[in-house]
Design a protein around this ligand. Structure first.
Ligand code: PLP
Length: 375
């Protein structure tokens, strides 16, 4: 059922492809396309389907996210970014997912579990499971301490059913202008891997760069880059080298139009009081759809190519916006929450800034109720 009244997002998959190609061309490295959290709200399966010829590998956050891609027929290597607890080792192996390891216990459990297991993709026995090793070089949210990395890498050779395919770290301050801590992390990473021998096929390969580092810190590129946000056409701060196009548009339509008298209030708490007779319009979108409540009385939408203020508190399902008395707008007219209309544009960055958060949170919060339409 198509509802004109409920909001939907339109996602341009060709633009995701273009963004991925531009990034890959610029870096000239392997591309690990990050599609965690349902591809930042864009739909992991759909995004992976259009990137499988461009990305060398996909990255997700959880084993479940990896299985979703496998069951949709994605055959590229899939990296699970965070060290996973051992209760999922069987699925990791049989779906040929590539876990990120940061402790000995997980590594040895995984090694033991490889024996006698068949691939669900190729129906042949699995000989070795690929792993990546996560080194903590200073972000302190995951990874083995960099001071222990060399010894750990040597010790891994005794687990002969594991193949160390990659070694990774994550940068804490890649978005910042001041790169002094990035340099410390990169030095720690480099010294952890400096005597790792690569095979003829180039493994293990090294990777550290999220979007910000991919677009602004060439020294962080190593063998592969690992962008998420940039694929979806959003620039991290302080990065300009690649042309990216926004991918997602969030739309709805005017549900009703009304006139209120001077002194009347709008929505819960009546936090907006009309200073004069005011024409207002209702749209059916709210924080229950992931539209940030903090945009109440602050945010804007586009109607007829003009910015319109959000009046009063955003509700779970409904939001009220202001019109001009003379506007030629009607019930059913298109309303843009994120995207372009005429010469005006509301970007994810603008919404994030006004809602006091980051674009990542705006995108990943867009709710299940909001239908995705692919163009
Ligand atoms: C999410 C994530 C990325 C991608 O980050 P972006 O800023 O979206 O490019 C890369 N690496 C790791 C480990 C991550 O968790």
């Amino acid at each position: 059922m198509e509802s004109k009244i409920q909001s939907h997002v339109e996602i341009d998959l060709l633009k995701i492809q273009d963004n991925a190609k531009s990034i890959k061309e610029y870096c000239n490295r392997k591309l690990i396309a990050v599609v965690k959290a349902d591809a930042y709200g864009h739909g992991a399966v759909q995004v992976a389907n259009v990137l499988h010829n461009i990305a060398d590998m996909f990255a997700v956050a959880t084993v479940e996210e990896g299985i979703e891609l496998r069951q949709a027929g994605i055959r590229n290597p899939i990296l699970i970014l965070f060290s996973t607890l051992t209760d999922t080792v069987d699925e990791i192996i049989s779906y040929e997912l590539t876990p990120t390891i940061d402790n000995w216990n997980s590594a040895s459990r995984l090694n033991d579990a490889v024996i006698g297991r068949n691939s669900l993709l190729k129906f042949v026995p699995i000989e070795k499971a690929n792993i990546h090793l996560d080194i903590n070089t200073g972000m302190n949210r995951s990874g083995i301490p960099h001071s222990e990395a060399k010894e750990f890498i040597n010790r891994l050779q005794s687990l002969n059913r594991l193949q160390l395919e990659g070694i990774t770290t994550h940068l804490a301050t890649a978005e910042e202008k001041d790169q002094s801590f990035v340099n410390i992390q990169l030095q720690r990473f480099a010294s952890s891997i400096n005597d790792v021998k690569k095979s003829d096929t180039g493994t293990p390969f090294f990777h550290a760069a999220n979007s910000a580092a991919t677009l602004s810190i060439p020294d962080s590129h190593f063998d592969a880059v690992r962008p998420g946000l940039a694929l979806y056409g959003i620039y991290p701060p302080n990065s300009y080298y690649v042309d990216l196009q926004p991918v997602l548009c969030w739309k709805t339509h005017i549900n009703w139009i009304n006139m209120i008298e001077s002194g009347e209030g709008i929505s819960y708490g009546l936090t907006h009081k009309a200073k004069q007779q005011t024409r207002i319009a209702g749209i059916q979108v709210g924080y229950g759809d992931g539209y940030p409540r903090s945009l109440s009385n602050v945010g804007e939408v586009l109607i007829g190519g003009i910015r319109r203020p959000i009046l009063g508190n955003i509700c779970m399902d409904l939001t009220v916006v202001g019109l001009e008395t003379s506007d030629k707008v009607e019930i059913g007219d298109e309303v843009i929450l994120i995207g372009k209309q005429g010469d005006e544009e509301i970007t994810v960055d603008e919404i994030a800034e006004k809602a006091n958060t980051i674009p990542y949170e705006i995108l990943t919060r867009i709710g299940n109720r909001v239908k995705k339409i692919y163009t």
